[in-house]
Ligand binder design. Structure first.
Ligand code: GDP
Length: 139
């Protein structure tokens, strides 16, 4: 399995609730190398563009409001099979369905306020990394 990169976020609910440190520990315990890391308040326009694929969904406006309500921690993570491994570490989108020990089971408040983001495919990982990081910010 090839070494690859994924884009991850600790979402505003988890940052505001003080879970950043524990989630970064879990990331390192799962063997990810942190290639990029910054804390940033995403603007409504950035959240709209980032989640544009969901613009027809009924929760789009609420999701944009949530994602721009406070700071997020933006991350580029690297390891073998990183995209799949990070999605496994996060758990199911709805914390009610997330496996024990996953980040969303531990920290999510609801299906929307679900603590973490992870890219779902190599193409989206590349787009999402570029959306928030310049090449000089990646180690
Ligand atoms: P992910 O890949 O697991 O993050 O899930 P999706 O790409 O399907 O959805 C993107 C984000 O939209 C999720 O992480 C949630 O924050 C939010 N979301 C997804 N489904 C719902 C829903 O049914 N209701 C609400 N309110 N938010 C949702």
């Amino acid at each position: 399995m090839a070494v690859e990169r994924t884009y991850a976020m600790i979402k505003p609910d988890a940052v505001t609730n003080g879970h950043t440190g524990r989630i970064l520990s879990i990331i390192q315990e799962h063997g990810f190398k942190i290639i990029g890391l910054k804390q940033k308040s995403i603007s409504p326009a950035e959240a709209e563009a980032f989640y544009a694929v969901h613009r027809e969904r009924p929760f789009y406006a609420s999701l944009v409001t949530f994602m721009s309500e406070g700071p997020s921690v933006l991350l580029v993570l690297e390891r073998e099979d990183a995209i799949k491994k990070w999605r496994e570490a996060m758990g199911a989108t709805n914390p009610a369905n997330a496996a024990d020990g996953t980040i969303r089971k531990l920290f999510a408040e609801s299906i929307e306020r679900n603590a973490a983001h992870g890219s779902d495919a190599p193409e989206t990982a590349a787009q999402e990394i570029q959306f928030f990081f310049s090449a000089s910010e990646l180690l």
